[in-house]
Design a protein around this ligand. Structure first.
Ligand code: ZN
Length: 507
C-alpha cells in the first residue's frame, strides 16, 4: 500500500469546475479502488487576486520536502497543479525532485502509481493541460464581455499597484521610467539572457528596486505578471482596461516559450544531449559520445562523435555530426511516426473513450440528483401537512427554505449536465496531441528509443519494448518493438531522409 495526500482547489476561472466536495469524493473513491492510504488533505477554497497565494498548495509543496512522509499527491484533475502549462510543469518538477508522484483521479498521468512511466500517459497529460488552457482562455473572453460595472469604468479599486504603474485619480497610468525597465527585462529574457545577467545589467546602470538591486524572484514575478499585457484578474474576473498595456502579446509569448524551455534547469537548453547514451557507431561498434568545443569566435559548439575516432585520429570513418542537426532529425522523424494516422487515431480514440466514461459516471451529478430527490420528498410531505391544516410560522418558513433549496439544486444539476455534454471534438484533441508531442520530445526519446546505430548515410533506430508496463499499457502505438532503417544525407548543413530510401520497418 502506498501513502498519499489529496490536494483540492476551487478555481473560478476554470469552466470544467467541480466543487471541493466533489473533487474530494472522486479522489477518495480513487484511493479506495487503488489501495492508497490518504494521510492528509490540502484544500484551497478560494483563490483571489492575481498572485499565486494558494496557501494549502504551498504548504503541500513544502511538506513534500520532508522525507518519508507520503509518496503520492492525488488530485482530481491535472490542472489543479497550476494555472497554465508552465506552472504545472514547474510544480510537478518540484514534486519529482522530492521523490513524490502526481496522480490524477480522473486522468491518466505520465507516471503510474508504482512509479513507472508510460508514453501515452505523458501525451494524454499534455493534452489535458492543453484542453484546460483552452477552456480557461475561452471563458476569459466570456468574462470580459460581461464584466462588472465598477471595474468596467477602468478604475483601480485598491490593492497593490504593479511595478511600472502609478495611480492618478483612481486611474492607473504608466510610469515611463519603470515601464522601460519592464520592457528591457522582457526583451532580454525573451532573447535568451539569463536572469542573473539581466540583474547585473540593471544594477550596472544604477537601476534599483526599492533601493536595492533587483532580486531574481522579483524579475520572475515581473515576467509572470499578466498586467503588463493589460490583463487584470480579480476574483476570477478579467479586466482589460484597468492596467494599460506595456508589453506586447508577442513579447509575452516569447518569454513564456523560453520559460518553458528552461523548466528543467538554468542551462538545460544548451547542455542537454537528447541522444546521450543512445548512440552507437555502425562501423567500429563503439559508443558515440557527446562533445563540446569552442570555436575561434569563442562560441561553444556541440557534437556527437565516435569514441573510436577520438582515440586514433584515423581510427574510425564515422563523421562527426552537429548536435542540433542530429537531434532535430531524429525528433522530427519520431514525431512524424507518432503523427501517422493510425497512431493519432488510436490515442484520440482513447481520450474520447475516457471523456465519455467520465461524463457517464459523473459522481457530482449523481450526488446532486440524490440530494434533490430528498428535498422533493420533504417538500411533498410538508405540502401534505399544510393541506391537512397544519400551518404555523415554522411550516411556512420551512416551505420557503425547501423551495429555495430545490431551485438551487435544479440550477446546479443543469450546470453539471451542460458540462458533461460539453465534449471535445476529435479535431480539437488531435491538435492538442500534436502540440503535446512537440513539448515532450525529450521524454519521448528517453522512453521510446533504445539505441540508434549510426553510419554516415544511414541509421538504425531500435525502439523500446513496452513489456515492462504490460501488453495493454502502450496499446496506442503501432511501432513498438520494431527497428527502423533510415537512409539519410546531409546538405546545406541539414540532414534529410534520402528520397529513394526504403524505410524498412522490421518487427
Ligand atoms: Zn566508430
Amino acid at each position: 500500500m502506498k501513502t498519499a495526500v489529496i490536494y483540492a482547489r476551487y478555481s473560478s476561472s476554470s469552466q470544467t469546475e467541480q466543487s471541493i466536495e466533489g473533487q474530494l469524493s472522486v479522489c477518495n473513491k480513487y484511493a479506495k479502488d487503488n489501495d492508497l492510504i490518504i494521510v492528509d488533505t490540502y484544500i484551497d477554497r478560494a483563490v483571489t487576486g492575481t498572485n499565486d497565494n494558494r496557501v494549502a498548495f504551498q504548504q503541500m509543496l513544502s511538506d513534500s520536502e520532508k522525507k518519508a512522509s507520503w509518496e503520492i499527491v492525488l488530485v482530481y484533475a491535472i490542472d489543479r497543479f497550476g494555472r497554465n502549462s508552465t506552472e504545472i510543469a514547474v510544480n510537478k518538477q518540484k514534486l519529482k525532485k522530492n521523490g513524490k508522484t502526481l496522480i490524477s483521479a480522473t486522468q491518466r498521468t505520465s507516471v503510474n502509481i508504482d512509479g513507472s512511466r508510460n508514453l501515452d500517459g505523458i501525451l494524454l497529460e499534455n493534452v489535458y493541460i492543453g484542453i484546460a488552457e483552452y477552456y480557461s482562455a475561452e471563458l476569459s473572453e466570456k468574462i470580459i464581455r460581461g464584466q462588472s460595472e465598477n471595474r468596467k469604468k477602468g478604475l483601480h479599486c485598491g490593492g497593490n499597484i504593479a511595478y511600472g504603474y502609478a495611480s492618478v485619480d483612481r486611474k492607473l497610468v504608466i510610469k515611463e521610467d519603470e515601464a522601460e525597465v519592464v520592457r528591457f527585462i522582457y526583451q532580454q529574457y525573451g532573447n535568451g539572457i539569463y536572469v542573473s545577467e539581466i540583474i547585473e545589467a540593471l544594477t550596472s546602470k544604477g537601476i534599483m528596486y526599492k533601493g536595492a538591486p533587483f532580486r531574481p524572484s522579483c524579475i520572475y514575478s515581473i515576467l509572470r505578471n499578466e498586467k503588463y499585457v493589460g490583463i487584470y484578474e480579480f476574483k476570477g474576473e478579467i479586466y482589460t482596461d484597468i492596467y494599460p498595456q506595456i508589453i506586447s502579446v508577442e513579447a509575452c509569448a516569447k518569454v513564456k516559450a523560453r520559460a518553458k524551455e528552461n523548466r528543467f534547469g538554468r542551462r538545460s537548453t544548451e547542455t542537454i544531449y537528447l541522444l546521450r547514451n543512445k548512440l552507437r557507431c555502425g562501423y567500429c561498434g563503439k559508443p558515440i559520445s557527446a562533445e563540446c568545443g569552442t570555436a575561434r569566435n569563442g562560441k561553444k559548439k556541440y557534437y556527437y562523435k565516435c569514441v573510436g575516432r577520438k582515440k586514433h585520429h584515423n581510427g574510425c570513418e564515422k563523421t562527426v555530426l552537429k548536435k542540433e542537426l542530429l537531434e532535430e532529425f531524429v525528433i522530427n522523424f519520431i514525431i512524424g511516426e507518432l503523427c501517422k494516422k493510425k497512431n493519432i487515431d488510436n490515442i484520440v480514440k482513447a481520450i474520447m473513450d475516457m471523456q465519455t466514461q467520465q461524463s457517464k459516471d459523473n459522481p457530482i451529478l449523481s450526488n446532486l440528483k440524490k440530494e434533490k430527490k430528498q428535498v422533493d420528498a420533504s417538500l411533498a410531505n410538508l405540502l401534505k401537512a399544510i393541506e391537512q391544516g397544519v400551518v404555523s410560522r415554522t411550516t411556512t418558513s420551512r416551505l420557503q427554505e425547501l423551495e429555495n433549496e430545490q431551485e438551487e439544486l435544479e440550477r446546479k444539476i443543469l450546470t453539471e449536465e451542460s458540462k458533461s455534454s460539453m465534449m471535445l471534438e476529435k479535431e480539437e484533441i488531435e491538435a492538442f496531441y500534436v502540440k503535446a508531442l512537440k513539448c515532450e520530445s525529450r521524454l519521448i526519446i528517453e522512453i521510446l528509443i533504445k539505441e540508434i546505430v549510426l553510419y554516415n548515410d544511414k541509421m538504425e533506430i531500435y525502439l523500446n519494448t513496452p513489456a515492462k508496463n504490460g501488453p495493454d499499457e502502450n496499446r496506442g502505438f503501432s511501432f513498438y518493438n520494431k527497428t527502423m532503417n533510415l537512409r539519410y544525407y546531409s546538405k546545406y548543413s541539414r540532414l534529410f531522409v534520402d528520397e529513394d530510401a526504403i524505410i524498412d520497418i522490421r518487427v
